[in-house]
Design a protein around this ligand. Structure first.
Ligand code: ATP
Length: 236
């Protein structure tokens, strides 16, 4: 699913002063791209990500997810898009402590009213993909940070979303676990053409991304595709 923001601005009113969290951001992200949004703390990464994910509305400008212009949709339609098209992974994981690992990953499928037998099969498949089959019946509070993050990834992917949005997915992980998680997400991105959009400070993410969008003081200051430089033609 193609994502497009057109001259998006987000302003917050703090007393008498206006915070320009995002200024005039125009960006097009193609299906299957892995994009890192990079910038210092307070530069507007999370705000931009939240607007793309239909969690927040821009003050001005347009946001398109595929053929849907988010500005025009009511709350219930936005909720449907969040539930069906987008997987969110946040640094605090947002897992439900009273549920088991299985129960956490199953929850979005329950919300989509997927029948029990299919739920079981899809959850087991996802737990296998993230290497947590042995932990299915554990409570999430019994898991390490890296394992919790893998539960959050499994929960985000089990609905087979077209887009995964993540705010600092590796922030609470040691570098080895962070790298493993990134390799896993990269594989899922390549195998299933899931679009990945990560807000991050992490060099490991920036190195792996297809494209790095740099943001400073709410403004996109650089947008570059990574990978092989175009070959110079040898003449003569
Ligand atoms: N709800 C809000 N009310 C007022 N100001 C806000 C609000 N949310 C964000 N801001 C401000 O908007 C700016 C951008 O914040 P944002 O969280 O998007 O930055 P960020 O790049 O994600 O930072 P970090 O890397 O620290 O998470 C900051 O100046 C922040 O203080």
């Amino acid at each position: 699913m193609k994502i497009r923001t057109d001259a998006v601005c987000k302003e917050y009113q703090l007393g008498r002063s206006t915070v320009h969290a995002v200024r005039n951001a125009s960006i097009t992200i193609n299906a299957g791209e892995f994009v890192a949004i990079k910038g210092p703390s307070g530069s507007g990464k999370s705000t931009l990500l939240h607007m793309i994910g239909a969690l927040d509305q821009p003050t001005s400008g347009e946001i398109w997810l595929g053929d849907s212009k988010l500005n025009d949709l009511d709350d219930s339609r936005l909720a449907t898009i969040r539930r069906n098209e987008i997987g969110f992974i946040f640094q605090s994981f947002n897992l439900i402590p009273v549920l088991s690992v299985f129960g956490n990953v199953e929850l979005p499928l329950r919300l989509q009213r997927v029948p029990a037998q299919e739920r079981k099969q899809r959850v087991e498949e996802m737990l296998h993909a993230v290497g947590l089959t042995q932990r299915a019946l554990h409570k999430t509070e019994e898991l390490s940070g890296g394992q919790r993050q893998r539960v959050a990834i499994a929960r985000a992917l089990v609905t087979r979303p077209q887009v995964i949005l993540s705010d600092e997915p590796t922030a609470n992980l040691d570098s080895k676990t962070g790298d493993e998680i990134l390799d896993l997400m990269r594989r899922l991105n390549q195998d299933h053409q899931v679009t990945l959009i990560f807000a991050t400070h992490d060099h490991s993410i920036v190195e792996r991304a297809d494209r790095v969008v740099s943001i400073l003081d709410g403004e996109i200051i650089d947008d570059r595709r990574m990978g092989a430089e175009p070959k110079l033609m040898s003449v003569g």
